[in-house]
Design a protein around this ligand. Sequence first.
Ligand code: IPE
Ligand code: IPE
Ligand code: MG
Length: 258
Amino acid sequence: MAKFTSSTQAIPSVSDVPRHVAIIMDGNGRWAKQRFLPRVAGHKCGVDTVRAMVRTCISQGIEYLTLFAFSSENWRRPADEVSFLMGLFVTALQGEVGKLHTNGVRLRVVGDLQAFEPRLLTLIREGEALTANNTRLTLTIAANYGGRWDILQAINQLTLSHPEKAGHYTEADLIPHLAMAYAPEPDLFIRTGGEQRISNFLLWQLAYSEFYFTDTLWPDFTDATLSEAIRSYQQRERRFGRTGDQIRSVGVSPAPTL
Ligand code: IPE
Ligand code: IPE
Ligand code: MG
């Protein structure tokens, strides 16, 4: 049995406060450019926004916050920007993991981590191990992550572990192998920076998430912008393929079949 309801199989439990918020933190480079600063200055300020968002999510009762920090396509950026981002990741882990732990945050990092240098990999593993039993908020950083990579690695794991079922795999077989099998699917997906695309983020998991796009650049993203996104989320009717009448008749609690 899967730990969480798959939104294409049944209606997941829906509440007023999104349980899982996933964010594409975009617009750092443009934020810096507007200030005649090098692009990397935007990434540096972006870390401050991450810190603030973790605090806000804890106070709002959000259980899972997932942040897209570096995509599998971001290696194609200029080498000095990539290397700055890697250095920033190291510094952020060194400076923040202790505080996350004190605040009851569980840290997870998803993506193809083998591409990272050993020092970074060790910090990731240590941070995950230290915070593994925390339950207040699960903060997931997607790094060298791609939605296509995730689906493919899950398929590869599944076919290796259950070759006898080839041709008959179900969603329930695949889901436990996805990188974020430990979390429910995102309720609310936010992209800052004005673009309206997924950029190879959580392709599988966003099947029935509510989307919210804002022109606000990530370093300018605040509690108020998050509250605006949540307000918008609260006005949506999540129908999961059913009709509005069906959804209203079962209320907001999970219904296995309709
Ligand atoms: C997002 O900001 C951070 C990363 C992708 C690492 P960008 O660096 O993409 O900022 P823009 O989109 O160029 O403004
Ligand atoms: C998506 O942002 C990835 C992250 C925020 C880490 P990009 O800035 O790389 O996306 P595109 O290339 O504009 O779609
Ligand atoms: Mg961008």
